[in-house]
Design a protein around this ligand. Structure first.
Ligand code: G1P
Length: 300
């Protein structure tokens, strides 16, 4: 008998953060609207979600994020202007950012109580089905989009799943860190996970990267609102509780390059990489970088 397809059609995007690392830019512009080349960070996450079959997009926002809502709205004046000019190319680009009516929902996180709390805020919209969580700060360039790699693997595993990659040992305190059974496998069984451990306490250097598939049981754990690292309700802890309950949790070493766009250095690296990948910029930009290289050596 053919296996039943396990569908993940909803994704939660926690976007309530203040983006203080990018002040003053984020004083009036939500971090998720900051652009890599010419696309806001959030657009990369949405495109990835769509390619993984996501149909409903749930944003957990906070005060000062209205620019995000506007971004996903239709822009009839702009579309008319482009149509009049016969600029089909740009019109197509613009339309690709439109969302179907009812496909997108916004819910407020009233207090910054952590990632776990943000996801819990979306519980009524999620209901009783597995869902994805995507952190737009983590931008992943990949031939097969990272979330699609995960939803494919999920067909085999079921249960909750996190994306993972190795990070330098001295960086473990910035991530959720995994304890896995079969560390070298692409798809590993997770035995434990801990949020932002000190280097000495880290069970490995396998970090959770901001892509998750989560079963609804996790929402029940989050309902208890138990605080963890940093005094916040941690998603990592709620997923780890699944293991204690005997439910499977897997970690996928995704294929692709992850950029930490929550940091300035990561954001700049992403900007350079994405610019070099654009046919219309490649020549000019790579020749600029080549000219820059000797100057960088002098600066050292
Ligand atoms: C969050 C998660 C953490 C994960 C990280 C990935 O942390 O809590 O487990 O490793 O995202 O980017 P944050 O970066 O929001 O502090």
């Amino acid at each position: 008998m053919p296996k039943l397809k396990r569908r993940v059609t909803k994704a939660v995007f926690p976007v309530a953060g203040l983006g203080t690392r990018f002040l003053p830019a984020t004083k009036s512009v939500p971090k998720e609207i900051m652009t890599l080349v010419d696309r806001p960070l959030i657009q990369y996450a949405i495109d990835e979600a769509r390619e993984a079959g996501i149909k409903e997009f749930i944003f957990v926002t906070s005060r000062g994020k209205s620019a995000l809502e506007d971004y996903f709205d239709h822009a009839p004046e702009l579309e008319n202007a482009l149509r009049k000019k016969g600029n089909d190319e740009l019109l197509k680009t613009l339309k690709s950012t439109n969302m179907d009516s009812g496909a997108i929902a916004y819910i407020r996180q009233h207090k910054p109580m952590g990632l776990g709390h943000a996801v819990w805020c979306a519980r009524r919209l999620i209901g009783n089905e597995p869902f994805a969580v995507m952190l737009p700060d983590d931008v992943i360039a990949a031939e097969t989009p990272c979330l699609k790699q995960m939803t494919d693997a999920y067909q085999e595993t079921g249960g909750s799943m996190v994306a993972t990659m190795e990070v330098p040992r001295d960086m473990t305190s910035s991530y959720g860190i995994l304890d896995v059974e079969d560390a070298n496998r692409e798809l590993a069984t997770v035995k434990g996970m801990v949020e932002k451990p000190a280097v000495a306490d880290a069970p490995s250097n396998l970090a959770v990267i901001g892509r998750y598939i989560i079963t609804p049981d996790v929402l029940n754990t989050l309902h208890r609102q138990k605080s963890g690292a940093g005094g916040e309700v941690q998603l990592t802890d709620a997923i780890a509780a699944e293991i204690g309950e005997g439910r499977p949790v897997h970690a996928l070493r995704f294929k692709g390059q992850r950029f930490d766009c929550g940091s300035k250095a990561g954001f700049l690296q992403a900007t350079v990489s994405f610019a070099l990948a654009r046919a219309e910029l490649q020549d000019e930009f790579s020749s600029y970088l080549r000219d820059m290289a000797p100057l960088i050596r002098v600066a050292e």
